[in-house]
Design a protein around this ligand. Sequence first.
Ligand code: NDP
Length: 446
Amino acid sequence: MDPRVEKFMATIKAKNPGENEFHQAVHEVAESLIPFIEENPKYKHAKVLERIAEPERVILFRIPWLDDKGEIQINKGYRIEMNSAIGPYKGGLRFHPTVNLGILKFLAFEQVFKNSLTTLPMGGGKGGSDFDPKGKSDNEVMRFCQSFMSELSRHIGPNTDVPAGDIGVGGREIGYLFGQYKRLRNEFTGVLTGKGIDWGGSVIRPEATGYGATYFAQNMLETRGDSLEGKVVAISGSGNVAQFATQKVTELGGKVVTLSDSSGFIYDPAGIDKEKLDYVMELKNIKRGRIKEYAEKYGVEYFEGKRPWSVKCDVAMPNATENEVNEEEAKTLIKNGCYCISEGANMPSTPEAINAYLDAGILYGPGKAANAGGVAVSGLEMTQNSMRLGWTREEVDNRLQMIMKNIHDTCVKHGKQDDGFINYVRGANIGGFIKVADSMLAQGVV
Ligand code: NDP
């Protein structure tokens, strides 16, 4: 390891003990940025990276709520307000039993770079709870969301901090959270994104992350004169991002052959067409069932407790969660002919897996670039809320495509090596850093 990176990471680890995912995210960025900062001493002397790695504010709170049996349940609530140099804090809320401070700090840290890459004026934040919506009734989810917002409402606002969805937080949860905020503050504002169309939401917001990651894959393939047409695509997850990635890949002529959840994956060699995807959406978003049921309905194979990376594919889109592709799985993907990875999820590949992609010289779009379409359309939702206007599908989709293309171009600008290989990791980290760092320099020591 570069001794300068090692020294920097030793301080990060000492200041943030036990926060492994946060260390991992900072390390990846430090490897790209520290050599760049050495060449640009203005950032070094102002300790910009050191400041970016320390949240501006961390809010921790208790969420008491009553379950259907009348028993009191207590969860932990968090909001990490990471960086506001270029705009209000912006980033999703995650409800999942694995949520802890280290996970949310990694997500908030990545969000700072991602939001900067979109070119929109959004700072970085992230929040959530260790609450598990799985197996809870709608009423329990509502009471939990109301209790969560009762505390969070003091800290957020349309010009301060604008949360959105993430794992376990979809349209239903955003609705309950928004309703409670409105009731407490007596104002109808764009304080959350991912709202329903009838009450301030933007068209294409639910689709945006999956569509954006697919557009990013297409942009990467185009650098080699290629496209998604006729490609076999392995996708993990079966939630928001996975569903709309499946839809867009299929529209662009690709064939999606896998989907998964935390219990296992299905392999459908014939491809998940529109009718089958409609079934998945109903199964996951309304019945809240398991992906295994797909295998039973369509008579395809189901692999309990496994991830889909052993399947032969041209393109892989990890769209479930962090560290879901390890070194061995990355090497298996490459051995089986996969040459393009576009990450819909945040940090789904381990550092060893990333090294395997880079060593093999395949197209690799890291999450902070490839999945920025979600927050980009959240930014467009904020704009529409401010103007009190709603754009058409075509208008929002065009803007999304343009933003993904700009992000891709930024990665090429900062990541293209002398031998022509595009290192999208380096490109995204440096491209995302410059705007935030220059803004911090302009605003003084704050
Ligand atoms: P959803 O809750 O809609 O879906 C998550 C999917 O991933 C489910 O299929 C879930 O399975 C699976 N999953 C979650 N945790 C795990 C785990 N620990 N192990 C295995 N599988 C798991 O979330 P999203 O689709 O919104 O988010 C997916 C990823 O995309 C996350 O990394 C998120 O941070 C990222 N992302 C999301 C954005 C958005 O706009 N929604 C924006 C940018 C990034 P199960 O049902 O069994 O839990």
